[in-house]
Design a protein. Structure first.
Length: 167
């Protein structure tokens, strides 16, 4: 049985972490986090994803240089590149996997930040860098590491975003 209070706490406390301490994430935890991404919902059960884990500091630094808003990748313990086959719903499927990964990371005490991949000018360069095959799209880049700080940006209230029956 799932501890609903703990699950909801993990979801509600997840924030985008961009500052990390220099501590390696154990391989078994990275695998568990990716496994949660693998189990995300997917249109027609196509499961179009492949996850590329980057741990080498020089590769993380290169990714940081390539991206426009991912400079903090250089200080991450690792990152996960979420690629999807170019199916009708690749973006929805890849985003579901990305969110599962972020929540799983939070559950393990790992900070993460979603960096855009799809439609970015650097997406094809990153795909070539990791030798991705033709016909796949980079959906997201997820920086991960143990948090040096946990931001707490203001969030809209539930009353500001919920409507009942009509707008």
């Amino acid at each position: 049985m799932v501890n609903n209070n703990e699950l909801l706490r993990v979801i509600k406390s997840r924030r985008s972490v961009r500052n990390f301490i220099q501590k390696e994430i154990p391989e078994n935890i990275v695998k568990d986090i990716v496994d949660c991404g693998r189990l995300a919902p997917t249109a027609r059960n196509l499961q179009p994803w492949t996850f590329v884990v980057i741990r080498k500091k020089e590769t993380l630094a290169e990714l940081a240089d390539i991206t426009d808003y991912g400079k903090f990748l250089a200080d991450a313990s690792c990152c996960i590149l979420v690629f999807c086959q170019d199916t009708k719903y690749y973006l929805e499927d890849g985003c579901a996997a990305t969110e599962n990964i972020l929540i799983a990371a939070q559950a393990h005490g790992i900070g993460g930040c979603w960096i855009a991949g799809d439609k970015k000018p650097y997406a094809s360069r990153i795909a070539k860098m990791v030798k991705a095959p033709d016909g796949v799209k980079l959906v997201s880049i997820i920086a991960m590491g143990y948090p040096a700080e946990i931001p707490n940006p203001p969030k809209k209230s539930l009353e500001d975003v919920i409507k009942w029956e009509h707008w």
